[in-house]
Design a protein around this ligand. Structure first.
Ligand SMILES: [Zn+2]
Length: 370
């Protein structure tokens, strides 16, 4: 199985820390009595950096906790003119106290630009300059050195992040060559845009072409389009893991996902529905339709957990579907971008990454043009 580590939203965190329940059920996927159980989650040093965070959330030792480092926040603050420093040593100590897998403190080559008067940031399709790319790589290597030299816990597995960014496809090779000699237990890639199946295939298959066959994490994939790529990649690289905040983002906008057609929105200002819409392990325990409209921990919690169930259910379906070549082929052929990604994976296995990339005519294109 692909390890799918969901990143909990604030309401799930609050409910877990304060033991807020829904008729006896935990509003998470790891407590004593959740609606359903799931074996992993992702937390972030920048947002959840208290030393006893795992304990405060009551996450047991059987749950795999993936710890992101907060490198994105450094860049986000810089882009808004509010620089912060995240100390790599503090990050490492926090990961050792809370996580099973920890990401290195990377400075990604993504080009973040301020929007809404500097309140938030968005990724620009324009690549950063070569000088800036090198500067971020230097900073990342310095942080890697701190991680490598100061480890205290043999339990924590550290994953070395490799970036391609928004620039030329081959820039992943430059990044990899600079970080490849650090001694860590696994690898991580951060495909951009994260919802593009072909880009995910390109970054992961680069790692495959460099001999990586195990312990690969694909950071922050979004949407349902990319999960089939990971299910295919798992046949080549195992374990492969990912994390996602997509289920939670949908909950925050009150979107109740369905596999059938238009999603439902439970907005208190426009109460549209009177039927309980689903029979998943979460929804079958919901007592009243009004609970979906609640704007408290419960309302955001149950919609989020229902959404998470949809992703996990879909992943389970894919893991079964791929066992039969014909059924899998039919599924892949329905989606052009998925078909391209699968074709690329096969090309790399047969001919190597460089040839597959050049065959796709990607070498001269920036990702913004895809
Ligand atoms: Zn449901």
């Amino acid at each position: 199985m692909v390890i799918y580590a969901p990143s909990p939203h604030n309401e799930i965190i609050r409910a877990s820390q304060q033991s807020i329940k829904y008729f006896g059920h935990d509003l998470n996927w790891w407590g004593d009595n959740p609606f359903f159980r799931h074996g992993s989650l992702l937390i972030n040093f920048f947002h959840q950096g208290q030393m006893d965070f795992r304990q405060s959330m009551k996450v047991g030792p059987e749950i795999t906790v993936v710890g992101d480092s907060g490198g994105f926040e450094i860049l986000s603050r810089r882009a808004r003119g509010k620089p912060i420093n995240i100390d790599p040593l503090s990050c490492l100590r926090w990961q050792e106290a809370n996580c099973d897998i920890g990401m290195t403190l990377d400075l990604s080559p993504v080009n973040l630009q301020p929007v809404e008067g500097g309140k938030s940031v968005a990724a620009s399709p324009e690549p950063i300059s070569h000088e800036e790319f090198e500067k971020r790589l230097d900073e990342t290597c310095k942080n890697n050195q701190v991680f490598q030299d100061n480890r205290q816990s043999p339990k924590l597995k550290i994953y070395n992040i490799v970036h391609s960014g928004m620039g030329k496809v081959e820039s992943i090779d430059i990044w990899y060559n600079r970080v490849k000699d650090f001694k860590f237990e696994g690898w991580s890639v951060a495909p951009k845009p994260p919802g593009d199946p072909l880009k995910v295939a390109i970054d992961c298959m680069f790692m495959y072409s460099r001999g990586i066959r195990s312990s690969l994490h694909v950071l922050g994939i979004s949407g349902l389009k990319v999960l089939p790529v990971l299910v295919r990649l798992e046949q080549l690289i195992k374990p492969i893991s990912t994390d996602s905040f997509s289920f939670a983002v949908n909950a925050i906008v009150r979107k109740f996902m369905t596999p059938y057609g238009p999603d439902l929105y439970f907005r208190p200002s426009e109460k549209k529905f009177t039927h309980l819409p689903c029979m998943c392990p979460v929804c079958s325990e919901v007592r009243s339709i009004d609970d979906y409209y609640k704007t408290d921990v419960v309302g955001y919690g149950i919609i989020g957990l229902h959404n998470l169930w949809c992703y996990l259910d879909y992943l389970q379906y894919l893991e079964t579907l791929i066992e039969d070549k014909e059924s899998w082929g039919k599924f892949v052929n329905q989606h052009n971008n998925l078909f391209m990604a699968m074709k690329f994976i096969d090309e790399v296995v047969d001919r190597g990454w460089e040839e597959a990339v050049s065959k796709l005519g990607l070498m001269q294109q920036t990702l913004g043009e895809w």
